[in-house]
Design a protein around this ligand. Structure first.
Ligand code: IPE
Ligand code: IPE
Ligand code: MG
Ligand code: MG
Ligand code: MG
Length: 364
């Protein structure tokens, strides 16, 4: 990053740290929840303020870059910003920033990459809602519901193109390859996911589930941490640690996402409730329940789901205590993520561990 820009960003950031107590309202509700969740076991006020300042700086930079890059037609940019400004948890952006600092880099170095990460995240969600036919996201109408499939698809493409533009200003070919590779894996994962919808119970194995998740969710979490590490000039050893952390956290995150699809309300997640069950989509809780019942029960369950009736599946999930099992597994992955970075001499160990816990047991 050129020096002047770096200093300017640092000044913005320091300004926010100083004033963080008065600007608490600047964060979106979900970011505030993330902050509270991450700090739930800590009484370190200066760390909370620093985390708060990071989240605010990420938010402001997302807005600044989007405004700066705005072009025409207006509808395209309005469509692209709909979800971007609806407020996500910004977990991957935070991961990039914290991972960069973990290996001795600065927040300012990581900031453009954190922004690019969120652009890709938002794009993937716009597209995911088209393929999953979901109407609600981040507490608002999903992008295609509001603007139509055609504009939504192009808006997602726009955000990806903008992310490449941002990253290419600062990134080495190695970093560019890593970003692109995560994108390729995510597409493969999303495609394999769709191919599993409305399938037979026999096809819905845990093995295929983890293969899909490795691509659709884990690859991006790993990229978010490794990008931060590379920007912060990590050693090979440090990159491996961050990679392993991102990997385990990614599994915890998707398992918890599947659990929330079964147990949470739209108010807490901001997403369509029971979307996986209603659409016969890949969901670990359901797969586990199907594994524990008889073959005929499993077939009956899928027949009901394929006809849009989720009550039989919900009852099966209750009877097999599949949520309890999946919750324990999500927390196991969170523990593995924490083990991967504990006592490795990295900075931000406590915050990253708290983020892993959040991934495995969050309620939103
Ligand atoms: C949703 O990601 C996609 C999954 C991998 C489950 P998030 O739950 O992080 O979505 P936002 O960015 O906070 O909206
Ligand atoms: C999507 O997984 C993962 C992506 C790569 C976007 P889901 O389909 O489970 O995500 P949600 O539940 O819609 O957020
Ligand atoms: Mg979805
Ligand atoms: Mg999906
Ligand atoms: Mg989901």
């Amino acid at each position: 990053m050129d020096c002047q820009k770096g200093i300017a960003l640092r000044l913005i950031h320091i300004g926010k740290i100083i004033s963080s107590e008065v600007v608490i309202g600047d964060l979106d509700m979900r970011e505030r929840q993330v902050e509270a969740d991450i700090m739930r076991n800590s009484s370190d006020e200066s760390r909370r303020q620093e985390l708060h300042a990071h989240l605010i700086a990420i938010e402001e930079e997302i807005n600044r870059v989007f405004e700066l890059e705005k072009g025409e037609p207006e509808t395209l940019y309005e469509t692209a910003q709909h979800l971007l400004h609806a407020g996500g948890k910004r977990i991957r952006s935070l991961l990039t920033a914290l991972s960069c600092e973990a290996v001795g880099g600065t927040f300012e170095q990581a900031l453009p990459f954190a922004v690019a990460t969120e652009f890709v995240q938002t794009a993937s969600l716009i597209h995911d809602d088209v393929v999953d036919e979901d109407d609600t996201r981040r507490g608002v109408e999903s992008t295609h519901k509001k603007y139509g499939n055609r504009m939504a698809i192009i808006a997602g493409d726009l955000l990806i193109a903008q992310a490449i533009k941002i990253v290419s200003q600062f990134a080495s070919p190695e970093l560019m390859r890593m970003v692109a590779d995560a994108g390729v894996k995510m597409c493969e994962g999303e495609a394999s996911d769709i191919l599993m919808y409305f399938t037979t119970p026999k096809m819905l194995t845990k093995e295929s589930y983890f293969e899909i998740v490795k691509r659709k969710t884990v690859s991006f979490m790993r990229a978010a941490t490794k990008i931060g590490g590379l920007v912060g000039d990590a050693t090979e050893e440090q990159l491996k640690i961050l990679d392993s952390f991102g990997e385990q956290m990614g599994y915890a995150f998707q398992l918890r996402d599947d659990i929330l699809d079964v147990i949470a309300s739209a108010n807490t997640t901001g997403k369509t409730v029971h979307s996986d069950l209603k659409g016969s989509k890949t969901n670990y809780v359901l797969i586990h329940a199907l594994n524990l019942c008889t073959e005929s029960e499993a077939e009956k369950c899928m027949d009901h789901l394929n006809n849009g009736n989720i009550e039989f599946a919900l009852d099966l999930i209750r009877r097999t205590k599949a949520v309890t099992h999946a919750s324990a597994l999500a927390q196991e992955y969170a523990e593995k993520a924490k083990d991967a970075i504990t006592d490795k001499g990295l900075k931000n160990e406590e915050l990253l561990c708290a983020l892993a816990d959040h991934a495995g047991d969050r309620d939103f």
